[in-house]
Design a protein around this ligand. Structure first.
Ligand SMILES: *Cc1c(COP(=O)(O)O)cnc(C)c1O
Length: 479
């Protein structure tokens, strides 16, 4: 190792500008005794190293990425270009908070104001707030708003939030972190909230009901109106988990269905990067009842300028400044670029693509629930598991076919679950290639099940012991 560093000594990828401040000598005691063993490399070495590593990665820009409940969808490069405008990218957020400097960031404040207005309009809400920096953070904010509402009304006896078993796993976690007891309601045979069980669970102590819609079975909760009426009859507020709004955008609006509060995932519905691709954003939307409690400060529009105001009953800040502002810029560009009809096409195509996969695969894989689906389709690999090939084996085999696996073993309500979300941006050729691979794997289950236990065999790292890999991280082995 030592030898390599010696050999590379003096190679450079950057040249710093000449010092334009006085040089300061560090005290002797702080100096290293010998030079740090850092690789010294040329620009070409650096570029090759990281390009090589990036090719081992699977991402939306390189592969079909059908993770269900995660919406790994394409990030239009147009939105990246807009977010890189120096007027947005180089703006110091503190400017917005100092009244005499607010004149310098009127454009950014206008963007926040307009985006919050558009998001509210899209979901039929009275207002929205872009501060929360993830979907789960939006949920927590929403539940804190529900708590503020009940506190204000003296509803001190309300200590419970109802969450169906088909909700996203973050829902019960958010309710619990906000201090509520969580009561789970089971699904019926159709994969929807069991309304009879819901009625049994509902009582005066219920502060709120959190519904994921479409739920994690990929199904629209068709009894929403009845559930909303029941919830409101005991002064419980209705929370809409709108992470997957791409399934219904432009078709129906949570506000019109009776929801009081919701969150959006800009990184699932509005084309912004997801996961390790970039920071998230989970704005909240509210109806009339929760309007006074929204996080602040809020951007308000005066006749000739935008300014900041903290609403009197606000729950306060839940993130610095406006959350992930440059993500908001991307989402704003995305919404304006697509416009009314374009946004409606998003949901049409997302649902069509998922149903295309459902139709092509349902002869070989068992759908978890009857009927059509929304933006994602859910199968159970139980029949394959009976032959010794599990959902995990199918997922790993897909990697060898050049596809990122779908979500597996989630939702927990479906045994040997395979949850596939194609998103609206994939073309028919890609969907067909994926379905062909899935059908090929289904055939192998019949003819050569053992071959699937070794997969993946084409990747730099083969099948890992996932528990050990998570608990005993050994980076050296991956190099
Ligand atoms: C992804 C998702 C969330 C959580 O969003 P994060 O940004 O990952 O925190 C919540 N609910 C549903 C239905 C989701 O799909």
């Amino acid at each position: 190792m030592q030898l390599i560093y010696e050999k590379c000594r003096g190679r450079r990828a950057v040249t710093f500008d000449a010092l334009d401040v006085p040089e300061v000598k560090l005290p002797e005691a702080l100096l290293r005794e010998k030079p740090a063993e850092l690789p010294e490399v040329s620009e070409l070495d650096v570029v090759r190293h990281f390009t090589h590593l990036s090719k081992r990665n699977v991402g939306v820009d390189s592969h079909f990425y059908p993770l269900g409940s995660c919406t790994m969808k394409y990030n239009p490069k147009m939105a990246e270009a807009v977010a890189a405008y120096p007027g947005f990218a180089w703006l110091h957020p503190h400017l917005s908070t100092v009244p005499e400097y607010q004149a310098k960031c009127q454009g950014a404040l206008a963007l926040v104001y307009e985006l919050e207005r558009l998001l509210a309009e899209i979901a039929g809400m009275k207002a929205s707030c872009i501060q929360p920096i993830a979907g789960a953070h939006g949920e927590l904010t929403g539940v804190l708003l529900i708590a503020a509402y009940h506190r204000d009304r003296g509803n001190t006896h309300k200590d419970t939030i109802i969450v169906p078993d088909s909700a996203h796993g973050t829902n019960p976690a958010s309710a619990a972190i906000a201090g509520y007891k969580v009561l789970q309601v089971p699904s019926n045979a159709q994969g929807l909230v069991d309304v009879e069980k819901f009625k049994e669970a509902l009582n005066d102590r219920v502060a709120g009901v959190m519904l994921t819609c479409p739920n994690t079975h990929g199904l629209f909760e068709s009894n929403i109106r009845e559930i909303a009426e029941l919830a409101h009859s005991v002064d419980a507020l209705l929370y809409y988990d709108g992470a997957n709004l791409n399934a219904i955008i432009g078709q129906c609006r949570p506000g019109d269905l009776g929801f009081d509060v919701m969150h959006y995932n800009l990184h699932k519905t509005f084309g912004t990067p997801h996961g390790m691709g970039g920071p998230g954003s989970g704005p909240v939307g509210v109806g009339e009842r929760l309007l006074p409690y929204l996080p602040g400060p809020r951007v308000v529009k005066h006749e000739d300028r935008y300014a900041l105001e903290m609403p009197e009953k606000s729950i306060g800040r839940i993130a610095a400044f406006f959350g992930n502002f440059l993500i908001a810029v991307r989402a704003f560009a995305y919404i304006l670029h697509l416009g009314d009809e374009g946004l409606r096409d998003v949901s049409r195509m997302a649902v069509l693509n998922a149903n295309y996969i459902l139709a092509r695969l349902k002869g070989a894989y068992k759908p978890a629930y009857p009927g059509t689906c929304m933006h994602e389709c859910v199968f159970t690999a139980s029949p394959q598991a009976a032959q010794g090939v599990h959902a995990l084996d199918i997922a790993k085999a897909l990697i060898d076919c050049g596809f990122h696996p779908p979500t597996i073993y989630f939702p927990l309500t479906v045994k040997e679950c395979l949850m596939i979300e194609p998103t609206e941006t994939e073309n028919k050729e890609t969907l067909d290639a994926f379905c062909d691979a899935m059908l090929e794997i289904a055939k192998l289950v019949e003819t050569n099940p053992d071959s699937l236990h070794a997969a993946p065999v084409t990747t730099p790292v083969g099948r890992l012991d996932e528990v050990k890999a998570a608990k005993e991280l050994n980076c050296a082995k991956l190099q």
